[in-house]
Design a protein around this ligand. Structure first.
Ligand code: C2E
Ligand code: CA
Ligand code: CA
Length: 742
C-alpha cells in the first residue's frame, strides 16, 4: 500500500545535529597488577575524547570481578584486558565469555600482555574476536590516547548503526501495522499505539483529533485517546485537557501547519489533501525524554501516517460516492436500498415506498437537452421535499427519471395531494414549465419476503406493467408482487437452454488507449429466444443465480470461450479473453483446478484467460473467495474487479483483494462531459487505483470525447460501444480486419 522505500530516504533536514548534552562513555580495565592499573586509569583520566564525551572509568582486578562489572554495565564501550591474571589464560577466557556467553559483539576489546611470547599476537588475533593486542611496554601515554580515540569512535559508529537499524525496523513494523487499517478509528488507534511504541511511553498517553478550520474558529474533536488521556474521546481539545506547554504547542502546530517536537511531548500536524480545511493533530505525551534519534524516527514514521490519512480519506469519499448521485447531489438508489435494508420487520410494516416517475423524460432530454432535464429533476426534487415536509420522508433519485420516497404507512395521501403531485409547476431558467409525474404507492408490507435490492425493481415493474401504463396513481398489491416474482416459467426455459448448451458467447474488445489497438476481449453470455430477440443478461444471470443454475451456466459459457480462443488463435489472433466469474464458483477451492484442467486439455496457456469478478461479489464474499483468486493470479490469469465504484461501504477491502486490475464502472462516465464534479471523482478513482498499484480499465466508453478524456487522465485500457459492441464470432472477425489483426 505505501512506498516502504520512502522509509529509508534520509532527508537532509532530518539529520541529527550536535547537541550540548555531555555523554558518558564507559571504559573498563581488567588488570590484576594494581600498579599497572593505576598508571592506566591515571592516563585515561587525562584524556578528553571528542564530541562532548566524558570517560567513565570502571575497574576490575580479576575475571570474576570483571564478570560482575560487565553484568551491571552492558553499555561498556571499551575494555582493556590483561591476558595473564589468576591463570595464564584468564584474559583469553574472559574474551570468550564476553563475545559468546554474554553475546556482546559491539564492545571494543584491547588485550594487553606483559609476556608477549606466551600468547603470540598472530594466533590470538586469529582465534579470538578482539580488536587490538598490545605489549604493555609498547603502550606509551600517547599510544594509549590513540588506541582509546580510535576504538571509541568505532564503537560509537557501530552502536549508532545498530540502534538506527532497530529503530527503522520499528518504524517499518509500525507502518505495516497502520497501513492494514482502513477506517479512521482503527487507523488512528494504531497510529497512537505505534507512536507510543517508538517512544517507549509507559506512563504518558496520546490523543488524535480532527479539526475543521472554519474561518477563525478551530474545533478539534478527539477521536481516539489512550494512556493518561483515556476516556477523552468525543471531547473538544481545550486547556483543561492538556498541560499549558502542550496546549500552546498544539495551537502552534495548527497555526504553523507543522510538527512540533519537545522534550516530553510531540504534536503532529497532518493536513488532509483530499478534504480542504480538514487536518488531524496527534499529540503524544511521554514520560521518557524524547531523544534526537526517536524524533528522527517519528519524522520518518509520520510520512507514512500522512499517506495513510489521505488514503483513508479517498476510500471514505468513494464509499460515500456509492450512495450519492454526484451530478444531482442527492441520495441514489443504493442509499434507498440501504435505508430499507436497515429496517426491522416492524418498521417495514410501518413504511410505504412512493415512486415518482417523470413522464416522457427521454423525449424531453432529446428536445430540451441534458441541462434542462437536470434542472427539471432538481425542481421536482425540491417540490417533493416541500410537499412532504413534516412527514419525515426520505428521498432519493433511483434512476434517470424517477424518485423513490419512504414515508410512514399511515400517511394519508389525499386526492388534492395526488393532483398537486402528478402535475408540478417548475420554473426552469425563469420559464414556467409543467412536469407530469406518475406515482406508485407500495406498502412495504406487500413485499415482505423480497430482498431490499429487489423491492425498488418490483415497484418500477409494477408502475410500468401493461395494466398500469395508462394510470397516474397506482396502488401496489400483494397479488402484483406474486405475479411479478412468478418467474418459474422463465426459469424452466433457462434450465432447458443451459442443459442443451445453446447459450452463446459475444466478445467485446478491450482497447489499448495509447496505440488504439485491441489488447483482449470480454466474453458475455447471450440468450436468444424463439422470436429472435435476446433476453437481457442482467435478468437471466440473476435468475440463474437465484435458481442455483449459475455454475452450470458459467461452465457452458466457459466451454464456448475455450472454443472461441481456439478459433481466434487459428486466425492468428492471440489475445486474452476475460470471463465473468461468479462468487458461487469461486468459493469452491477446487474451481481453479477445474479451470486449469480444461485449459490443459485444450492446450491453452493460462495467460490467454482473464477473470472478472464484480466488486460487490468480491467484497461480500471476500474471505471465501480470496483463496481462489490467489490461485488464479499465481497461474498468471489476471484478475479484474468489475463494476468498480458501485460497491458498498466495505470498499476499503479493495486494497486486500488479490487482483491486478480495477474496471471502473460505466456509470462514472455518465455526464462526464462538462461536469467538473464527475470529472473530479473519476480522476480520484484513477488516482486511488494507481496508488494501490492496480491497472485500470474503463468500461462504457461511447464517444470520442470520453475516449480522449479517459486517456488524458491516465487510463490504460478502455472498453465500450465507441470501439465496438459485443460481437458474435463472425462479426468480430470482420471488425478485427480494420486493425490488421486477421
Ligand atoms: P459486465 O460484466 O459489467 O459487462 C459489461 C456490460 O456492459 C455488458 O452488458 C455490455 O454489453 C455492456 N456495455 C459494454 N460497452 C458498453 C457501452 O459503451 N455502453 C453501455 N451502456 N453498455 C456497455 P451485458 O452483456 O448486458 O451484461 C450484463 C452483465 O451480465 C455483465 O456485466 C455481467 O455482470 C453479467 N454477465 C454477462 N455474461 C456473463 C457470464 O457468462 N457469466 C456471468 N456470471 N455473468 C455474466
Ligand atoms: Ca465483466
Ligand atoms: Ca462491468
Amino acid at each position: 500500500m505505501s512506498d516502504s522505500n520512502s522509509l529509508f530516504v534520509f532527508d537532509e533536514e532530518l539529520e541529527i545535529d550536535g547537541s550540548n548534552i555531555v555523554k558518558k562513555i564507559k571504559v573498563l580495565t581488567v588488570e590484576d597488577d594494581l600498579n599497572y592499573q593505576h598508571a592506566l586509569t591515571n592516563s585515561l583520566k587525562e584524556m578528553t575524547p571528542e564530541d562532548n564525551c566524558e570517560i567513565e572509568i570502571l575497574t576490575a582486578n580479576s575475571v570474576s570481578q570483571a564478570a560482575l562489572v560487565l553484568s551491571l554495565h552492558p553499555d561498556i564501550a571499551l575494555t582493556f584486558i590483561d591476558v595473564v591474571m589468576e591463570d595464564d589464560d584468564s584474559g583469553l577466557r574472559l574474551v570468550s565469555t564476553i563475545r559468546e556467553a554474554i553475546g556482546n559483539a559491539d564492545m571494543r576489546i584491547v588485550l594487553l600482555t606483559g609476556q608477549p611470547g606466551f600468547a603470540p599476537e598472530q594466533q590470538i588475533m586469529k582465534s579470538l574476536d578482539i580488536d587490538e593486542y598490545w605489549n604493555k611496554s609498547d603502550v606509551s601515554a600517547e599510544k594509549l590516547q590513540s588506541i582509546v580515540t580510535s576504538n571509541l569512535r568505532t564503537w560509537k559508529y557501530i552502536t549508532q548503526i545498530a540502534s538506527a537499524r532497530k529503530g527503522l525496523q520499528l518504524v517499518l513494523d509500525a507502518s505495516r501495522s497502520i497501513n492494514s487499517k482502513h477506517d479512521m478509528r482503527s487507523f488512528s488507534k494504531a497510529v497512537l499505539e505505534e507512536i507510543s511504541n517508538i517512544l517507549n511511553v509507559t506512563e504518558g498517553g496520546g490523543i488524535m483529533c480532527s479539526t475543521q478550520t472554519n474561518g477563525e474558529i478551530i474545533k478539534a474533536h478527539i477521536s481516539t485517546a489512550n494512556g493518561c488521556f483515556d476516556g477523552f474521546e468525543g471531547r473538544l481539545v481545550d486547556e483543561k485537557i492538556l498541560l499549558p506547554q502542550i496546549y500552546s504547542d498544539f495551537e502552534r502546530a495548527l497555526d504553523e501547519k507543522r510538527h512540533i517536537f519537545s522534550e516530553h511531548h510531540t504534536v503532529f500536524y497532518f493536513c488532509n489533501k483530499e478534504i480542504a480545511g480538514e487536518s488531524y493533530i496527534t499529540i503524544v505525551q511521554s514520560d521518557n525524554e524524547i531523544s534526537e534519534q526517536n524524533e528522527y524516527l517519528l519524522k520518518v514514521f509520520s510520512e507514512n501516517v500522512s499517506t495513510g490519512f489521505s488514503n483513508i480519506a479517498l476510500l471514505n469519499k468513494l464509499t460515500e460516492l456509492a450512495y450519492t448521485d454526484v451530478s444531482l447531489n442527492m441520495h441514489n438508489r443504493n442509499w434507498l436500498t440501504r435505508e430499507i435494508k436497515n429496517m426491522n420487520l416492524h418498521e417495514q410494516y410501518q413504511t410505504r415506498l412512493l415512486v415518482f416517475e417523470v413522464e416522457q423524460f427521454e423525449e424531453k432530454a432529446f428536445t430540451f437537452g441534458h441541462d434542462f432535464c437536470q434542472k427539471l429533476l432538481k425542481e421536482v426534487y425540491n417540490n417533493l421535499i416541500t410537499i412532504f415536509d413534516g412527514y419525515s420522508a426520505r428521498i432519493a433519485i433511483i434512476n434517470n427519471s424517477s424518485f423513490g420516497l419512504l414515508v410512514n404507512a399511515n400517511f394519508d395521501i389525499t386526492d388534492e395531494m395526488i393532483a398537486s403531485l402528478i402535475r408540478q409547476k417548475c420554473v426552469i431558467t425563469s420559464v414556467k414549465q409543467y412536469a407530469d409525474l406518475r406515482i406508485l404507492d407500495l406498502a412495504l408490507s406487500t413485499v415482505l419476503n423480497i430482498i431490499p435490492e429487489k423491492i425498488i425493481s418490483i415497484a418500477e415493474s409494477s408502475l410500468n406493467d401493461s395494466q398500469s401504463a395508462s394510470l397516474k396513481y397506482i396502488k401496489h398489491t400483494q397479488e402484483k408482487t406474486e405475479a411479478l416474482t412468478n418467474r418459474y416459467s422463465l426459469m424452466a426455459r433457462l434450465r432447458r437452454v443451459i442443459g442443451a448448451g445453446s447459450l452463446q458467447v459475444a466478445l467485446q474488445p478491450k482497447m489499448d488507449l495509447v496505440n488504439l489497438t485491441p489488447v483482449g476481449f470480454e466474453a458475455l453470455a447471450r440468450w436468444q429466444v424463439d422470436d429472435g430477440s435476446f433476453i437481457n443478461p442482467d435478468i437471466f444471470i440473476e435468475l440463474a443465480e437465484t435458481a442455483g443454475l449459475i455454475s452450470e451456466l458459467d461452465s457452458v459459457i466457459f466451454d464456448k470461450i475455450i472454443e472461441t480462443i481456439h478459433k481466434l488463435s487459428e486466425l492468428g489472433v492471440n489475445l486474452p479473453v476475460a470471463f465473468n466469474a461468479s462468487a458461487f464458483d469461486l468459493v469452491d477451492s477446487d474451481y481453479c483446478k477445474s479451470i486449469l484442467h480444461k485449459l490443459d486439455k485444450a492446450n491453452i496457456p493460462p495467460e490467454m484467460l482473464e477473470l472478472e469478478i464484480t466488486e460487490t461479489q468480491a467484497i461480500s464474499n471476500y474471505d471465501l473467495i480470496r483463496g481462489s483468486l490467489d490461485q488464479f493470479m499465481a497461474l498468471g490469469i489476471k484478475v479484474s474487479i468489475d463494476d468498480f465504484g458501485t460497491g458498498y461501504s466495505s470498499i476499503s477491502h479493495i486494497t486486500e483483494i488479490p487482483a491486478n486490475t480495477l474496471k471502473i464502472d460505466k456509470c462514472f462516465l455518465n455526464n462526464i462531459d462538462g461536469n467538473d464534479n464527475n470529472q473530479y471523482i473519476f480522476e480520484m478513482i484513477v488516482n486511488l487505483a494507481k496508488r494501490f498499484e492496480f491497472s485500470i480499465i474503463v468500461e462504457g466508453v461511447e464517444t470520442s470525447e470520453q475516449c480522449d478524456w479517459v486517456k488524458k487522465i491516465g487510463c490504460d485500457v478502455a472498453q465500450g460501444y465507441y470501439f465496438s459492441k459485443p460481437l458474435f464470432f463472425d462479426d468480430l472477425t470482420t471488425w478485427l480486419k480494420q486493425y490488421g489483426k486477421v
